[in-house]
Design a protein around this ligand. Sequence first.
Ligand code: ANZ
Ligand code: ZN
Length: 544
Amino acid sequence: MITTDKYNPHEIEPKWQKYWDEIGLLRAREGSDKKAYILVMFPYPSGDLHMGHLKNYTMGDLLARFRVQQGYSVLHPFGWDAFGLPAENAALKFGVSPADWTFGNIQQSKESLSLMGIRYDWSREVTTCLPDYYKWNQWIFLKMYERGLVYRKKSLVNWDPVEQSVLANEQVIDGRGWRSGALVEKRELEQWYLKITDYAERLLADLDKLPRWPEKVKAMQRAWIGKSQGAEFDFQVKGHPAKIRVFSTRPDTIFGATFMVLAPEHELVAQITTPEQKAAVEAYVAAAQMKSEVERQREDREKTGVFTGAYAINPANGKEIPVWIADYVLAGYGTGAIMAVPGQDERDWEFAEKFGLEIIRTVEPPAGWQGKAYTEDGPAINSDFLNGLYMEQAKKKIIAWMEEKGIGSGKVNYRLRDWLISRQRYWGTPIPMIHCDSCGIVPVPYEELPVLLPTLKDVDDIRPKGKSPLAAHPEFYECECPKCGGKARRDTDTMDTFFDSSWYFLRYTDAQNPALPFDPARANFWMPVDQYIGGIEHAILHLL
Ligand code: ANZ
Ligand code: ZN
């Protein structure tokens, strides 16, 4: 051990740390006309803190002290993102209950923070796995349900075969689970969703109101929201009552649509496929389900597809064009169907070349053009009443024409999807819903919150099995229907932990409020956050 006369950490550090605690150096005091809300990312307590934490939290501590000395009202709080897989997996590995494991780690981490000399206002501590926090997750969920922002839908979901749970799109990276690294599969399940797409436009537009945000973060968010402007319109299937609706950002190229492509999962596939093509189509659909979205969208992949045997009528010129299925068209984006315009779209060109389909250019390429699809602007050709017009004008004209004929209209699409929030795991907030055979789905009454997560001590009870571990515990799920009083069943799924971390920074502003998630007046004093210190990966996840 090295000591000097001047600096003996074992004497000086405890001395001053004690003093800071006595005077409540970082105790948040509302009232100054200058305020600084300094927010550091809150950790998963799945072990002790590490050097990365020390680096991150030192920055926050430094800034908070500086603002205190400048006379600001400073809020520098801390908490624990305590639900979720990391704690649960660690618990499974070491054979202790997630609760014991988590609280042990919190204690350890707190001591480490204190030793580091970092100071917080601990009266604002937030621990997401405690009922006094997750009660408000349930409350917010119910409020959102009342406003139509929570809904239930059967859909193909990302299934992580190792975690034995559903993953949000954000948690699938290169087709693999973000934690397990396992190849993600598709499964059909009834799930709870948050309708965040209702806010897509506002999220995008309001990025312009964030003057001091790093351009990089705003660019990530813009790309994530992924606004695209185009049109939605119909193609009649020949000899069949069905119409195929497509979304296109280039409706001006419609005269060059020489075939159509449906996603393999598209609902019309089974209806329009001819008997001769049935076997080939079914085999292709089955194979496509095994592939992840990311894989399907990879540009360098050899294009594959199968003809359905059906034809559609191009409404612009009355031509009969073949309808194919191919996995480069995704079920979850736009309408899950496209008009293919090989003359102007590179993927469609490749597909046409491979399968010998017709190619008609509808935009004049520059003189001497040697390339394949021409995706830039230029005067329209082979396009009847659009001929000679450049892209923007041609788009306007064709959309007006579609609207007049009742074929379709202008349409904005977003890449952003609704947020799938149910998880088939134990260590999370129970979803406050009840399933009754006579009344259907009934929300838990507010006065009965929180729906407590039962304490499961036996590790085998916690282990993921493909359905929620809570579904094996009648003492949890058996209940009375709040509407008819009959026998009913609680929802046994739990919430994605990003639900917890989507509003913890608001709870910090009024962390002990027993009656509300937070008092709006107190939140208004402290918000917005003046400085966030955490990884940039949060920009498109819970901080979007
Ligand atoms: C015809 C066309 C011609 C297109 C052209 C592009 C260029 P973004 O910008 O990403 O919104 N598309 C639509 N839905 C799709 C889906 N579910 N899966 C795969 N591709 C899909 O892209 C919109 C364009 O992507 C749409 O415009 C459509 O192809 C294709 F010269 O329609 B386009
Ligand atoms: Zn009932």
